[in-house]
Design a binder for this molecule. Sequence first.
Ligand SMILES: Nc1ncnc2c1ncn2[C@@H]1O[C@H](COP(=O)(O)OP(=O)(O)OP(=O)(O)O)[C@@H](O)[C@H]1O
Ligand SMILES: [Mg+2]
Length: 255
Amino acid sequence: MSFVTVSNVWQAYGGRSILERVSVSVEEGEFVSIVGASGCGKSTFLRLLLADERPTRGEIRIDGGAPAQEPNPERGVVFQRYSVFPHLTVRENLIAGEGFATVLGRLRGARRRAAVERADAMLERIGLNHVADHYPAALSGGMQQRLAIGQAMTAKPRVLLLDEPFGALDPGTRVAMHEFLTELQRETRMTVFMVSHDLEEAFKLGDRVLVFDKPRRDPQDPGLFGATITYDFDARDGGIPFQNTLERYPTLAVG
Ligand SMILES: Nc1ncnc2c1ncn2[C@@H]1O[C@H](COP(=O)(O)OP(=O)(O)OP(=O)(O)O)[C@@H](O)[C@H]1O
Ligand SMILES: [Mg+2]
């Protein structure tokens, strides 16, 4: 059986369909990129995987069970907005990422030293070691985003959900974060779902690229029908190059 199974999921808000008939199976360790026009329900899909919301219809199973309701170190999330704790320093934020309940003040002795060492190794990798003792408010937007990504990764979740994680980063930092994420995924074999508006990024990082789009449209009422997965590209070596995809599906460039 697949590690993540989404079966005929529908999601509606106030009687409006956002997602309809979404079905997909994902193996453990796969990197799944998600693309689609703005407002088509990509973030909604991640919230369903996170069990932040229950689908109106259909079923989601992760490792044979329903998605966990409680915050769970097995699930790491980086959303478009920064998710760092403002009252913790950069280093403390990373330590907090290891377990949602663990904060530096509660750790003692060897455990504390080991946690600090791990946090510092992560800081080095995300290029924030020089601001370890600063508070997030003192960081630029891109640095805060790197911290949020580092924090989610410190937990070494089995499923990592990323919602446009690299959008706010400059091109150089973005490439460095790509390499870091690829390395970390190889080390941990975590399963990743990443929403991106950048097709090149989606194809570069993903083993698969899922396209969310509306298969049916009502010209009188564009909001009537929901989106579903209209394409599921194999993006591993030899997969369809993203340029061709853009030519064939120009709606993807929107948003
Ligand atoms: N809790 C909610 N209540 C009502 N409507 C919602 C709710 N969450 C999302 N929506 C609506 O569902 C639609 C899809 O939103 P969603 O944020 O999932 O899109 P998206 O694909 O992530 O868009 P973007 O690319 O702009 O981030 C939007 O029309 C949004 O207004
Ligand atoms: Mg979104």
